[in-house]
Ligand binder design. Structure first.
Ligand SMILES: C[S@@+](CC[C@H](N)C(=O)[O-])C[C@H]1O[C@@H](n2cnc3c(N)ncnc32)[C@H](O)[C@@H]1O
Length: 248
């Protein structure tokens, strides 16, 4: 590699860092997005999108986070979608009882199919349900987990109250979602993905850009969770997303 090539690489890295960290945050009003992935075409298109690298990296990150906790008990994936995450969990954390909950029957069928294909249909239970009214008794769940679903919920405060009700006293809630006040660079990226990369059914409903525009800012999340009975709360915002960890 000659001097000019090294210089170009360094310049490229500096420009990328400026774009990712240097551009200001977008300040825009929240645009609520669709609730459940009910349309068969949209569900199938979403399922395709979950094979993209960022989704895979997210699943890896959540899995390594989960491995830090005790690995027995009952775990519920809230808004489990087509089941990629819960199937990965089933393959890696063998002693957990696993339940996937989603409001959409259409997407749950894809999740059941995925579990069946991986010979895990006896290991994972799937239930239709709304996060605001969960089909579980009080103090019965060890882990509640949710990725990329919070921005769809109609009444998140009600959902947080419901999570408090069903979690055991030493239970943990982990949520990952987009933050609407992401750096402008990520709006550019998701605009590009929405207009060019994703299947047509998602383009028609403005996804994944619509999900970013429907996300909550860390400040809004803080306001919402402070109205819930949880008092052990950690909110970790980063470039375009937020991790929330709460314990009873
Ligand atoms: C963008 S998908 C994410 C799916 C999956 N968690 C993932 O990360 O691949 C959002 C999911 O949340 C579900 N959902 C939306 N609102 C819900 C609610 N109120 N209760 C339960 N599930 C909900 C949708 O049907 C959809 O499957």
């Amino acid at each position: 590699m000659n001097f000019l090539q090294i210089l170009l690489i360094i310049l490229g890295i500096i420009i990328a860092l400026i774009l990712i960290f240097g551009l200001p945050r977008k300040k825009n009003l929240r645009k609520p997005s669709i609730e459940g992935l009910d349309n068969p075409e949209v569900a199938a298109a979403f399922e395709k999108m979950t094979n993209f690298l960022p989704f895979k990296l997210l699943r890896r990150k959540i899995l390594s986070q989960l491995k830090l906790y005790k690995s027995t008990g009952k775990l519920v994936d809230l808004g489990c979608g087509s089941g990629n995450l819960i199937v990965e969990i089933a393959k890696n954390l063998l002693n957990l009882d696993l339940i996937g909950v989603d409001i959409s029957n259409e997407i749950l069928n894809l999740a059941k199919e995925r579990a069946f294909q991986n010979d895990l249909n006896k290991k994972i239970e799937f239930k239709i349900g709304n996060v605001e009214d969960l089909p579980f008794p009080d103090n019965s769940i060890d882990f509640l987990l949710s990725t990329l679903s919070l921005h769809h919920w109609q009444d998140p405060i009600r959902a947080f109250n419901e999570f408090f009700r069903v979690l055991k006293d030493d239970g943990t809630l982990l949520i990952f979602d987009f933050r609407r006040d992401a750096r402008k660079f990520f709006y550019g990226l998701l605009k590009f993905a929405t207009k060019i990369v994703v299947p047509k059914a998602l383009k028609r409903i403005n996804e994944p850009l619509g999900s970013l525009q429907a996300g909550y800012t860390p400040k809004e999340i803080n306001q919402m969770v402070s109205q819930s009975p949880f008092n052990n709360i950690e909110i970790e915002p980063f470039l375009a997303w937020t991790f929330i960890e709460m314990k009873k």
